[in-house]
Design a protein around this ligand. Sequence first.
Ligand code: GDP
Length: 425
Amino acid sequence: MSNCAIVGINWGDEGKGRMVDLLTGEYDIVVRFQGGGNAGHTVENELGKFALHLLPSGIFRKGVVNVLGNGVALDPENLISEIGDVTAKGVSVTPDNLMISDRASLLLPWHRDLDELEEKRLKDKKYGSTKQGIAPFYSDKYQKKTVMAGELFYPEKLLSHLKDIMEWKDLTLTSVYGHEPYTMDMLEEWLRNSCKKIMPFVKNTGAFLKKASEEGKKILFEAQLGSLRDLDYGIYPYTTSSNTMAAFAPIGSGLPSAKIADIIGVCKAYSTCVGEGPFVCEMFGEEAEKLREAGREYGAKTGRPRRVGPIDIVASRYGAQVQAATEVALTKLDVLSYLDEIPVCTKYLVDGKETDEFPFPLALEDASPVIEYMKGWKKDISGVRRFEDLPKEAQEYVEYVERNIGCPITYVSVGPERDSIIIRK
Ligand code: GDP
């Protein structure tokens, strides 16, 4: 079997963690290649229920090596606390099953402050950040104003590098935002309390992945968020600050030569969106409340109620195309079982004209959804394990989505548990 990427084709929260957890049994290595501790990949298995933020979702499988690639925003403080949380529930995390790329840049203590300060300054124009410091981190990384994890092994050079960056950053913190400056004492404490603890995991993971690949080991690339939050292809500026695309996986993982034959685009059976930005198919009022409750749509990291709507065919087709998805996993179909009729956003109305092309971000603000209805099935389907055992209306819904997204639906998820899955291949 070849390498595989599991990516989101919507706005995130599609259930990627649950798909990675399901499929890791067939892979040797799981790599996170972008994003940071703002993820909330929920996994339910025999060890319990977990919301993973930075740890790859393969951490529960014995024998699987999990890698945090150079493309991630590595927050030592959060990672250490996350490792503490999962080990307290009986998960083993050691340098044998978790490796951090020596080329991963570190999220520095002021990145979280800057995120918070900037959202506050923006007031009602805020981006809806999770305030984990991700945007300030990535902008500093591309300005070459952060440090790489491997620098922890060169303490003297590291201190001098950090001092230079701190002096530069203090200018912004104090004069733009009126914030207290950072001091070297604060940074030394951060190095002692958090960075030191991640050092046993820091390795040349590029060399590890290259060797593993040459030995025929199978690699699964795990993305955070979805197509519509991609920095370049999403609803800019209401995107994240990294590329959520499968095409970025080789770069962000540390294996630029990786070939990825299988790209599984995870798509929710309805739509959800956390935070700000245009969300054309959004539902409001009681209809929205019922769907939110049925799907328990509250952010895994922030607890924020998610905005909800029917499946958006226009956005999902675009999302699958930009990911170059070779197959789709449709999740949370069971959530729709309470509905008499299932709403579907089939097209957008832009300037009085119907379109099935996903518009330029600014044009999205003036788009409205064209909604059609399909017959519901009104039966609990969470125990179904074969496609042909689904009620006819549910089969028709899946086939409709498949035809219109233009990509085979090979998995239909009917519950959060590992085995609540229908495999169609
Ligand atoms: P991710 O960030 O893409 O991994 O997605 P999240 O973890 O934020 O959101 C997915 C949520 O849906 C989690 O709470 C999962 O446990 C849950 N979930 C995943 N698949 C299914 C499903 O098929 N049915 C139901 N009812 N819940 C699911």
